[in-house]
Design a protein around this ligand. Structure first.
Ligand SMILES: N[C@@H](CCC(=O)N[C@@H](CS)C(=O)NCC(=O)O)C(=O)O
Length: 212
């Protein structure tokens, strides 16, 4: 039995989407953030030693951390949506799979934190993280001008990793997509995927995903 513990409007929406794309049978348990702190509620924190979203349970296993959950779910579906050394797009797949949470999300989160602390003033640190965030959008746009999907010609788990900072994260760290035509066209295509639509409707009903 697979259970996906989803914290409302958070990066655990990716796990719901991954399960839908992989055709996995799963139970979704949804938790709202604490209305004051916006953090995970105590019952979510109790699920796993670090207490952040996402968390899954598969029979006796409890697993946290997005990248670990991705690798686990792809493995139980025999590598579907993943890539291996035999595939020509393996290195690109790895790069974008890891860029999502390794560089892009931290740039967005750090920008949001520094903006809040500094009250949006021209703080030097805000400039550093803001520049990183802009470069993340620019590199994603450049990549999507070269290939239809992040790994290459075919959709992969790297797309599921990269879409969160391009969509849901903008609810917290707003970015105007006007300068990024390739990202806008890509998100239009992603928004047509039945598995994406099913996942977002289940994960956060009533929340309008930021596709434009
Ligand atoms: N590197 C971790 C980051 C997890 C993380 O920061 N999750 C956020 C949701 S986007 C969270 O749980 N926030 C609520 C909290 O910290 O209580 C992962 O990818 O799993």
């Amino acid at each position: 039995m697979l259970i996906v513990h989803h914290l409302g409007i958070s990066q655990s929406d990716r796990i719901v989407w991954l399960c839908e794309e992989l055709g996995l049978d799963f139970e979704l348990r949804r938790y709202d953030r604490d209305p004051v702190t916006k953090l995970a509620p105590p019952e979510y924190r109790a699920l796993h030693r670090f207490g952040t979203a996402p968390v899954i349970q598969h029979d006796d296993l409890t697993l946290g951390e997005t990248g670990a959950i991705f690798e686990y779910l792809i493995a139980i579906r025999d590598g579907r949506l993943g890539r291996s050394l035999r595939d020509a797009d393996f290195a690109d797949y790895l790069y974008w799979l890891h860029f999502g949470n390794g560089s892009f999300v931290p740039a967005g989160v750090n920008t949001m934190i520094v903006r809040t602390i500094s009250g949006g003033s021209g703080d030097h640190t805000l400039g550093i993280f803001g520049d990183r965030l802009r470069r993340a959008y620019e590199s994603a746009d450049e990549r999507l001008g070269e290939t239809p999907y992040f790994a290459g010609t075919e959709f992969s788990a790297a797309d599921i990793m990269m879409v969160f900072p391009l969509t849901t994260m903008r609810a917290f760290a707003p970015v105007d997509l006007a300068p990024y035509p390739n990202i806008r066209a890509y998100l239009g295509r992603i928004g047509q995927r039945p598995a994406f639509r099913r996942a977002m409707a289940k994960a956060d009903p009533g929340f309008e995903v930021h596709l434009t």
